[in-house]
Write a protein that binds this ligand. Structure first.
Ligand SMILES: [Zn+2]
Length: 276
């Protein structure tokens, strides 16, 4: 068989595929329109299959995607970063919560860093030549769009905290990053999905006791779900004893809040610098 060279990387090719870069060598048959159409369809459906397989694994077996990545089993699933951004788009469209979006007034008054930062914020507004009311209006318009698209900024902080609390010699730093990415993907879906059980429980129990509202159960289900997810995910990825898992999950939930406040601070900083 005469050897050819790969069109993409110039490596010598002996088979139909390049062993160096994976490029497929084009034959007249592969160039036919029928083949290209079939190939496109196959790509689409296998991508579709991958999305569902990845989403179901994320929800039914918390930590399994993280574990698979750790042992090098990756081709059957979406890349964690792709999964994150697909869910992020859904989250931007469908999230009922404004938790990630912090209005100007709340940034000025309610955050742990508000008192410390307020004089600086006022000074910047004055330097940019704004009346405070006009600035507030501009800020709030911009941050609604911006905030939920910036969630990725929270991921590395939660990864670093995970590395400190869940340290294990058998794991790489990248394992903690994947753990954090998948936890955020799960969390964004849970914020959307938890409305359903909350609606049924809330409306069901309101027949017995009128004081229990749907939103009460929604805000109860959110942290319960997170506790269960983190416990199972840590157990599956790190194979710790249940004692270590149950001791570290409350700490991780606390550190999630810290990561979230760092995110809010960055959100403020970025929105501020984008207003001319
Ligand atoms: Zn090649």
């Amino acid at each position: 068989m005469p050897s050819k060279t790969c069109a993409s990387c110039n490596h010598v090719v002996d088979y139909n595929y390049c062993a160096n870069c994976g490029e497929k060598i084009l034959t007249p048959e592969l160039r036919s329109v029928g083949h290209i159409a079939g190939d496109a369809l196959e790509n689409l459906t296998s991508y579709d299959g991958k999305i569902w397989r990845t989403l179901i694994t994320l929800f039914v077996k918390p930590g399994q995607l993280d574990r698979n990545y750790h042992i090098g089993q990756r081709v059957n699933y979406l890349k964690p970063i792709s999964l994150f951004f697909i869910i992020n788009v859904l989250f931007v469209m469908f999230s009922p919560l404004t938790d990630f979006y912090v209005a100007f007034r709340d940034q000025m008054q309610l955050q742990p860093y508000s008192d410390w930062l307020k004089p600086y914020m006022l000074e910047v507004i004055a330097n940019k030549g704004y009346e405070i009311g006009d600035f507030e209006e501009k800020y709030n318009q911009l941050v609604v769009v911006l905030a939920r698209s910036l969630i990725i900024l929270q991921v590395p902080f939660f990864a670093i905290f995970s590395f400190i609390v869940l340290f294990s010699r058998k794991h790489y730093l990248s394992d903690y990053l994947i753990f954090s990415l998948n936890a955020h993907s799960w969390w964004m879906i849970w914020i959307i999905v938890a409305q359903v059980p909350a609606w049924f429980i809330g409306n069901g129990l309101s027949l017995i006791c009128a004081n229990l509202s749907v939103s009460y159960f929604y805000f109860l289900l959110l942290p319960i779900g997170k506790f269960i997810y983190l416990s199972l995910a840590i157990k599956t990825l790190f194979k710790f004893s249940w004692l270590r898992v149950l001791l570290s999950v409350p700490i991780m939930m606390g550190l999630y809040i810290v990561a979230h406040y760092i995110f809010r601070f960055l959100q403020l900083f970025i929105t501020y610098s984008l207003i001319e």
